[in-house]
Design a binder for this molecule. Structure first.
Ligand code: MD6
Ligand code: FE
Length: 216
């Protein structure tokens, strides 16, 4: 009887530690979500989302683009950061101020001061897309955290250990959730399970993930 009084309230921000150095800031980005999605669309108008090739010759199921001074790319030559978009030959689009501020604020809320990302990777998952367990280790300074923002459909995040064989824990990530990790967690294996069908009012049938890094 009383529960329905609260049904229309947005989920409240809260924070959950998931490991030493890693925290989920539930709903940290939800009030800015529409502005973030508009900025994603502006970036993607000049640096289109594309399915990159792994060094092993596989096509990634997630579509990617980047903004900021550096972008992360993968092709037959390997994984790396570079200042130009291989698709256009142009510098990556500037990182929107709203992105920089959100990333810095989330890092601060998680206990990492002065986080100034120089790279933002934009991932778009459509139903059936996933990302296998991997480490983020192409950056030069592992003392810098990573900030990860989820928008649109929910997707299950897998958070493992420092060895690929360590059994991961499953963490559902919803629209507006932000994960921050660094310190002892910085090189943990992680990935996302296959995106299920669905429709989100702001993104339709997809999930976007923004990851902010200090690459250099
Ligand atoms: C994703 N995220 O959430 C994929 N990497 O779709 C990542 O690979 C990731 O969320 C490093 C730090 C945070 C992340
Ligand atoms: Fe990653």
């Amino acid at each position: 009887m009383t529960a329905d009084l609260f049904d229309d309230l947005p989920a409240q921000p809260s924070s959950e530690a998931i490991a030493d150095g890693a925290v989920v800031l539930r709903q940290f980005a939800s009030t800015q979500a529409e502005a973030l999605l508009a900025a994603i669309n502006r970036v993607n108008a000049s640096a289109p989302l594309r399915h990159m090739q792994t060094p092993g010759g596989h096509t990634m199921s997630v579509a990617m683009s980047c903004c900021g001074e550096l972008g992360w790319v993968t092709d037959a030559r390997g994984y790396r950061y570079q200042s130009t978009d291989p698709h256009t030959g142009e510098p990556w689009p500037t990182m929107p101020d709203s992105f920089r501020e959100l990333a810095g604020d989330a890092a601060q809320a998680a206990g990492y001061r002065d986080f100034r990302p120089d790279a933002c990777l934009i991932n778009r998952y459509e139903p059936g897309a996933k990302m296998g367990l991997h480490q983020d280790k192409d950056e030069s300074d592992f003392d810098q955290p990573i900030v990860s923002v989820s928008l649109g459909l929910p997707q299950v995040f897998q958070f493992g250990g420092l060895k690929r064989s360590d059994r991961p824990v499953k963490i559902p990530l919803a629209h507006g959730d932000v994960v921050v990790w660094g310190g002892a967690a910085r090189l943990r294996y992680h990935g996302v399970l296959t995106l299920k069908n669905g429709s989100h009012p702001l993104t339709g049938a997809c999930r976007y993930n923004l990851t902010f890094r200090r690459a250099r």
